[in-house]
Design a protein around this ligand. Structure first.
Ligand SMILES: C[S@@+](CC[C@H](N)C(=O)[O-])C[C@H]1O[C@@H](n2cnc3c(N)ncnc32)[C@H](O)[C@@H]1O
Length: 214
């Protein structure tokens, strides 16, 4: 059985729509970030063995090959339908997979109920307050949200210099999320912080990896 695919709203204005999957992946690989996000997802899947998984900004399914335990549902959400089509083709073996194309800031998904949400380098591209207020409804009480945020570094551009021109347009919409503000929004939405660490890549780019429970 193949993955279910739903497209819910008009997402055509977001610059992410114009970035070819191949260029995105090569850029993220060159920056060492694809590997970091893959490893982080694998780590928490192995730790929690979640039954109902949601991945926000899932792109082409980075790390989905690490879903090896028995699950009841896997939901990949992204604003770029081409990425999701690629994801669906790559992971046709995941029979519980659903694909949803939409903007996580306003998507209404009333019957989505998960115990694990992975949000890696996605809150940099949305209104945080609005998005957390929306996605918290997709998590069961006791469910976990694992977030990866890029930290500021005055010596490095937020969007790594790249040979791919298409990626440059992200500079216009990407906003690093202040950690103090992030934790404040999480508290206001009744999330409890479980653990957090800072990871530094060889490029000296740093990332905040944090787990909250609802
Ligand atoms: C940096 S990538 C995320 C990396 C990915 N989570 C991983 O682990 O490799 C950001 C992704 O978020 C998607 N995105 C950006 N804004 C979005 C929005 N408002 N709603 C849904 N997806 C969005 C982009 O299309 C892109 O695929």
């Amino acid at each position: 059985m193949g993955a279910k695919q739903i497209s819910l709203d008009n997402t055509t204005k977001n610059p992410w729509i114009n970035i070819p999957a191949e260029e995105y992946e090569k850029h993220m690989f060159d920056a060492g970030q694809l590997q970091l996000l893959n490893f982080t997802l694998k780590h928490y899947l192995n730790l929690y063995h979640p039954k109902n998984i949601i991945v926000l900004g899932a792109t082409t399914g980075n790390g989905f090959e690490n879903i090896k335990h028995k699950t009841d549902s896997i939901t990949a959400i992204d604003i770029n339908n081409d990425y999701l089509t690629e994801l669906k083709n790559r992971f046709a073996n995941l029979t519980q997979l659903s694909i949803i194309c939409g903007d996580i800031q306003g998507l209404q998904l009333n019957n989505l109920s998960s115990d694990f949400i992975y949000a890696a380098l996605i809150f940099e591209y949305v209104d945080l307050n609005k998005t957390i207020g929306n996605i918290k409804n997709w998590l069961k009480i006791g469910g976990r949200l694992v977030t990866v945020l890029q930290l500021p570094n005055k010596n490095i551009a937020a969007v790594s210099p790249t040979r791919f021109k298409s990626l440059e347009q992200l500079g216009k919409i990407m906003k690093l999320v202040d950690i103090t503000y992030f934790e404040e929004v999480m508290r206001e939405n009744n999330f409890k912080k479980q653990e957090a660490e800072t990871i530094t890549l060889p490029s000296s780019k740093q990332f905040y990896v944090v787990v909250h429970s609802k």
